[in-house]
Design a protein around this ligand. Structure first.
Ligand SMILES: NC(=O)c1ccc[n+]([C@@H]2O[C@H](COP(=O)([O-])OP(=O)(O)OC[C@H]3O[C@@H](n4cnc5c(N)ncnc54)[C@H](O)[C@@H]3O)[C@@H](O)[C@H]2O)c1
Ligand SMILES: [Zn+2]
Length: 369
């Protein structure tokens, strides 16, 4: 089982997500039907180019597809309008036209900004994702959200724009630092918790094989994640209702990241993992989950290597008031009411803004102790 294909239906048509090992070798085969001329434009991450340049370029070259490569520093800090402007102007200078196709080759930052550029340059050109981080493979490359950060917050400007195809190759993960890998795993376990109990059980049993990059297990976990995300996004592309379930652990997690000023000692997946613990505990407080289920889920996160509690330095400088205030700044908050994603049971999430405040406070205080 080296390759799986997922068909995604969107309001504007259908596209495929290819998941496998060495799928990159078939890139030309996948691209040919999409090309109007024999060339592609690629926006790539500097790091990914360092490790994997030849894997993509050789295959295109061997198939006589001309490439125009734009390499950028893809730190989160550079995910802004300035970078959009630099990329767009470079592409235009290099002669991109409406028949061309733009490939994002990198993690979620590259995917989000390249998707955004594709959706606005020449009023929209074809776009392909080749995600190279686990997080991008299981989350950001699915669903069609593009965007950049602003002075007022993350991802506040962007578009909904679907790719023509997503080519996921687990070979890229071999160069990914362990913490980045775990960050992606936090999103994988999230799908199990919110909507797929049998996937959750499978992950508890096999998560360590996923993290140690066992090919078969990795492919299955990525495929199941994309399938679950697609199921939700197909029903609610523009996040009017159930798409919010994908934010399990994120309202808490975003508060943690923002109080921590996005410093590298807590990355996104780590904040989500700790945020999931908050959500599990509150679901337990509200009598949806029993202690054993909650303890088992937390144990799994720990066993995999994800953090389940806040660092001491964070606790020392954070009060309940500061934490709640940070939660209220999250863009998912509507009219000052905190919307939380909680679990009815493992494998079934729900959204609510009706919960006793003292229960929320109790959980936050216990995590800040
Ligand atoms: N569009 C969406 O629906 C959606 C969903 C979730 C997250 N996101 C966005 O995704 C971004 C996070 O994505 P990410 O976690 O992939 O981070 P990232 O793109 O910043 O990549 C993490 C780091 O890994 C490096 N890298 C990428 N691929 C590599 C590889 N194969 N080997 C070694 N290093 C590699 C990158 O250069 C970077 O330093 C955030 O900006 C977030 O807002 C978007
Ligand atoms: Zn996330």
């Amino acid at each position: 089982m080296n390759k799986k294909i997922l068909k995604i239906r969107t309001p504007k048509g259908q596209y495929s997500i290819i998941v496998g090992h060495n799928t990159i070798n078939d890139t030309a085969k996948y691209l040919k039907p999409l090309l109007n001329n024999n060339r592609v434009f690629i926006v790539a991450s500097k790091k990914v180019i360092k490790f994997h340049k030849s894997k993509l370029l050789k295959v295109l070259d061997n198939n006589n597809i001309e490439t125009v490569l734009v390499v950028i520093d893809d730190s989160e800090k550079k995910k802004n309008f300035n970078t959009i402007s630099i990329i767009s102007n470079t592409l235009l200078k290099k002669g991109i036209d409406r028949n061309d196709l733009l490939i994002a080759f990198g993690g979620g930052v590259i995917g989000d900004i390249t998707g955004f550029v594709s959706s606005i340059i020449l009023r929209g050109i074809k776009f392909v994702q080749i995600p190279t981080t686990l997080l991008a493979q299981v989350d950001s490359s699915v669903g069609g959200k593009t965007g950049v950060n602003t002075l007022h917050g993350k991802n506040l400007i962007g578009t909904f724009f679907q790719p023509q195809i997503v080519i996921i190759d687990t070979i890229f993960l071999s160069s990914l630092p362990k913490r980045e890998l775990l960050s992606g795993y936090a999103e994988i376990i999230k799908y199990g918790l919110i909507m797929d109990y049998s996937f959750y059980k499978w992950l508890v049993k096999n998560g360590n094989k996923v993290i140690s990059l066992n090919r078969e297990f990795l492919i299955k976990s990525i495929y199941n994640s994309c399938k679950n995300k697609a199921k939700i996004v197909n029903k609610d592309e523009k996040e009017k209702n159930i798409r919010a379930l994908l934010n399990l652990g994120h309202t808490f997690g975003h508060a943690i990241e923002s109080i921590n000023q996005y410093k590298k000692n807590i990355n996104h997946g780590e904040a989500v993992s700790i945020g999931i613990v908050f959500a599990l505990k509150l679901s337990q407080e509200l009598k949806h989950l029993d202690n054993k289920k909650v303890d088992n889920a937390i144990k799994h996160l720990k066993d995999i290597g994800l953090p389940t509690s806040l660092p001491k330095s964070f606790k020392k400088n954070t009060t309940l008031k500061k934490f709640v205030l940070a939660m209220k700044k999250d863009k998912k908050v509507k009219r000052g009411k905190i919307n939380l994603i909680l679990l009815k049971k493992i494998g079934k999430a729900f959204i609510t803004n009706k919960f006793p405040e003292e229960k929320l406070n109790k959980v936050i205080l216990s995590q800040l102790k």
